[in-house]
Design a binder for this molecule. Sequence first.
Ligand SMILES: [Zn+2]
Ligand SMILES: [Zn+2]
Length: 131
Amino acid sequence: MRAVQDRTTKYTSAVREFIAVQRHATNAEILVHLQAVYPDISATTVHRITARLYERGELQLAPTGAANVLRYDANLTLHDHFMCEVCGLLRDAQLGDLVRPAIEQAIGADCSISGSLTVSGICKQCHKEGV
Ligand SMILES: [Zn+2]
Ligand SMILES: [Zn+2]
């Protein structure tokens, strides 16, 4: 039992570190990265760890990409995103106080924006590859 706990603790730290650097990651991305170091880690273990970190409020959910796969976000503040519609790249952004009123005005009918905004487009890398 003790050995299992130690392993879980080790895996949990590895997940935390990876997502802190990546800022956004899916369970599949985390699994691929961790398997390079711990070949015996399973998808179920990764799911369990991210679900627990999410429950504890250490991660929040990021916008899903085109594949509509759950993606976690290490940035816990309310923030906006740019998402590449080709490769799914996600960048944190603060669209801020100038943009919101303009969007609200364009939407009209006294609707107000309360959550975060996700703007889609094409990232630099995909531009370069001439998509
Ligand atoms: Zn892209
Ligand atoms: Zn984010």
